[in-house]
Design a protein around this ligand. Structure first.
Ligand code: PLP
Length: 394
């Protein structure tokens, strides 16, 4: 740090310089995040200093968090239960706002572990969870941090988790299962109703990672079952900072039962509240305000339009790609396309170097992974396919 501070002008010129190195979302087809809605940005600014880690001082921001949890509970068909939250607020569903899918997944598994190791009969040895091969890499962090074994079930030909593989991995030390509602690479939804049957039969928790799909599936023309309507679902991760159009960091974790949230409780002797259920201590009230504002502003109708638009982009991409001879690995379920092209790694490199397109690659099999987000346009898609044709023709 300098001994003496810089002027405002110098600071902003320094910041603008750094900002110019960032990629605008223009020509980005690899991200599950997008420009936050302007209402979310305004609300974020208004609550910039609010700390949800000290709820007693920020009763207003706390109320907004509880309102988001209530709205998300409604969206995800959560059963209504009244539970005391970390401070003086009350909620009709239980859950809290996280920093994103990674934190939500970590906390869901931590909750399972706390409940199982204190309660389940016959449980001995290293606890394990069974997740799909397609699960997000946040579960590698779960495995690393939590001292548990993470078992990966194989996928079927449509990139959904294979149920017989899941069943073969369950044993006496299994705490729970994970299903993905909108997997990161293919946008596919696991058979959550069938996973629920397996979970109920074996008395296991079932966590649903809907970090991406949570703001997509309910607004599709034919939504598949993935939320608390499915009886065996114990917890759900859903990220407002992805298709929810809120600001970063906005994730959420919802539980069917208050006992789950309770298992995460830590006493907080020197704060205005007695206990915390969250992973992080200091938490952004700004992103709670942003999420609350954008959800109320858009309503179901606004999100339905958003998903409809992204699905139009998706259909356009698949149609145009087929015209130049490229097929998707699977018919897109949501706004993610995995496209079979020869030598995808080289194609990816060329698309970026020559035309500035950011795309990514699926792991197995290797294919171009394209996420169609609100920042993309139908014209972009046409241009992209023309550039793809040029890159693959050589
Ligand atoms: N789960 C899924 C299905 C995801 O697609 C992602 C990120 O893309 C995550 C979890 C992690 O979310 P975050 O990066 O917000 O922690």
């Amino acid at each position: 740090m300098n001994e003496q501070g810089l002027s405002e002008k110098e600071i902003f010129s320094f910041l603008e310089n750094a900002k110019s190195e960032d990629t605008d979302y223009y020509r980005v087809l690899s991200s599950m995040c997008t420009h936050p809605h302007k209402i979310a940005v305004e609300a974020h600014r208004l609550f910039i200093e609010a700390n949800l880690g000290d709820l007693g001082l920020f009763a207003g921001a706390c109320r907004l968090e509880q309102e988001v949890v209530r709205m998300l509970g409604e969206l995800l068909h959560a059963p209504s239960i009244v539970v005391p939250s970390g401070g003086s607020c009350e909620s009709s569903v239980c859950g809290y706002l996280t920093t994103g899918g990674t934190e939500s997944n970590i906390q869901a598994v931590r909750g399972m572990k706390n409940l199982v190791t204190t309660g389940k009969k016959g449980f001995k040895g290293v606890p394990n969870i069974v997740i799909p091969e397609s699960a997000h890499f946040s579960f590698d962090k779960v495995a690393d941090m939590m001292g548990i074994e993470v078992r990966r079930a194989s996928l079927d030909s449509e990139f959904r988790v294979d149920l017989s593989s899941v069943e073969s991995l369950i044993d006496i030390n299994t705490m729970g299962l994970v299903g993905i509602a909108g997997n990161t690479e293919f946008g596919q939804i696991d058979p959550i109703d069938k996973l629920s049957e397996i979970a109920l039969e074996n008395e296991l928790f079932l966590h649903i990672d809907a970090a991406f799909g949570g703001f997509v599936i309910p607004f599709l023309e034919k939504p598949q079952p993935f939320d608390f309507k499915v009886p065996g679902v114990s917890s759900i991760a859903i990220d407002p900072h992805k298709m929810g159009l809120s600001t970063i960091p906005s994730g959420a974790l919802l539980f069917r039962s208050p006992s789950f949230l309770d298992s995460l409780k830590v006493n907080t002797p020197y704060l205005t509240t007695k206990a915390q259920f969250t992973l992080t201590g200091t938490r952004s009230g700004a992103s709670a305000a942003a999420t609350c504002a954008v959800m109320k502003y858009l309503g179901n109708e606004g999100y339905r339009k958003n998903v409809h638009y992204c699905m139009q982009l998706t259909e356009k991409l698949v149609t145009e790609a087929r015209k130049i001879g490229f097929e998707p690995l699977l018919e897109p379920v949501m706004n993610v396309v995995a496209l079979k092209v020869p030598n995808p790694d080289l194609v990816r490199e060329q698309l970026l170097e020559r035309f500035g397109w950011n795309v990514s690659i699926t792991r197995i099999p290797r294919a171009l992974r394209l996420v169609l987000m609100p920042h993309n346009t139908l014209e972009d898609i046409e241009l992209f396919v023309q550039d793809l044709k040029k890159v693959t023709a050589e």
